[in-house]
Design a binder for this molecule. Structure first.
Ligand SMILES: Cc1cc2nc3c(=O)[nH]c(=O)nc-3n(C[C@H](O)[C@H](O)[C@H](O)COP(=O)(O)OP(=O)(O)OC[C@H]3O[C@@H](n4cnc5c(N)ncnc54)[C@H](O)[C@@H]3O)c2cc1C
Length: 325
């Protein structure tokens, strides 16, 4: 019995969500009084792999075969399920990232496992696991009971803290013979839309809505995001009107995010918008209408004109940064 985490990499590097995932896996392994192994697929340096020991991995299986340098959902699911079998794992943890959303259900089917998608905290562990997950596009929570011996959990990014528990991981080579049928669909090229902070992974997000009147007014949103080291997002009508790219649209029909801070400027807080942002840890709303529904979901609210409030916030941030640099 052990716990296995799949550590996804981007160009050979791990994002913070991987350290969250490994810390989460370590906490479950501790509760089960067992070990944590990690499987990595693709070209990650041994040095980077060994750092996963800091977050609790006892062993890292390194599947560095050139054939797997590009993401392939079917083949990667086979590798992860093979790694689970080889490690005698009974719990497999995968990020509920864009890639993870396709991978985790495939792994669960291959392992004949029960599956909780989009967990937001550690499961309650007894005879079975009860995992709290988001439901109905984040409008509710579900307590999902996992009763089979094999369990697969996908964890929402930004849901669990990074915990350094010390230790070094043993890195071992891991190769799997994958059936050619698994490569029927392949990724030929990845073209990045932008080199800005990726929205699904961002810890801080500054978002604008129709209250900003037009694309020419986004300079202050971008300036505030730059000062905070945040990603930018927008409401659906804003991207529908081509004021901002569709890759920034958050909500029920856009990207669902759960950053530590969501700062919403000139957004009314329609239920379809909240569906994608309500699991943010802290929501700050700036709106000139005190009756805007978003204030009901906000942790902090400023009733005021964005064109007066945001420049003042920018000035305050600049002063703060100058004083603390
Ligand atoms: C099936 C379906 C799916 C949908 N999916 C999504 C989705 O995924 N994401 C999404 O966002 N929407 C979605 N919508 C649309 C959603 O219902 C709302 O229409 C939309 O979120 C409103 O966008 P908004 O808040 O930017 O604009 P508005 O509703 O026009 O609100 C603008 C806000 O700005 C405030 N404001 C105006 N001027 C200022 C100022 N100077 N300073 C400060 N505040 C100001 C106003 O008081 C108002 O609250 C969906 C709708 C449907 C029917």
């Amino acid at each position: 019995m052990s716990v296995l985490v799949y550590a996804e990499n981007t160009g050979g590097q791990f994002k913070k969500s991987v350290y969250e995932l490994v810390s989460y896996g370590k906490a479950i392994a501790d509760l089960l009084k067992t070990n944590l192994s990690v499987v990595s697929i693709g070209n990650v340096s041994n040095e980077n792999l060994a750092t996963l020991g800091k977050y609790g991995a006892a062993k890292v299986l390194n599947c560095a075969n050139e054939k797997f340098k590009d993401f392939n959902s079917q083949a990667f699911a086979s590798i992860i399920s093979n790694a689970a079998t080889s490690e005698n794992a009974n719990v497999v943890i995968i990020s509920n990232s864009f890639a993870g959303k396709g991978l985790a259900p495939r792994v669960a089917i291959k392992l004949k496992a029960s599956f909780a998608a989009g967990a937001t905290e550690l499961p309650a562990i007894g005879d079975s696991f009860i995992a709290k997950t988001g439901a109905y596009s984040g409008k509710a929570f579900a307590n999902v009971q996992l009763t089979s011996a094999m369990k697969v959990i996908s964890l929402n990014p930004n849901s669990y803290k990074v915990v350094e528990s010390g230790g070094t991981a043993e890195v071992v080579a891991f190769d799997v013979a994958i059936n050619e049928n698994e490569f029927k669909s392949t990724v030929n090229e990845i073209v990045r839309a932008t080199d800005k902070i990726s929205l699904p992974d961002a810890e801080l997000v500054v978002s604008g809505g129709r209250g900003l009147k037009g694309p020419e007014n986004w300079g202050m949103i971008e300036e505030m995001a730059n000062l905070l080291g945040a990603a930018t997002a927008c409401s659906k009508p804003v991207s529908d009107a081509d004021w901002r790219p569709h890759s920034e649209h958050v909500g029920q029909t856009g990207i669902a995010i759960s950053p530590n801070l969501y700062l919403a400027v000139g957004i009314s807080g329609a239920i379809q918008h909240l569906a994608g942002v309500s699991s943010s840890k802290c929501i700050v709303v700036i709106n000139k209408d005190a009756e805007a529904p978003f204030f009901k979901a906000a942790d902090y609210g400023i009733v005021g004109d964005a064109f007066e409030v945001v420049p003042k916030l920018i000035e305050a941030l600049k002063k703060f940064k100058a004083a603390h640099n």
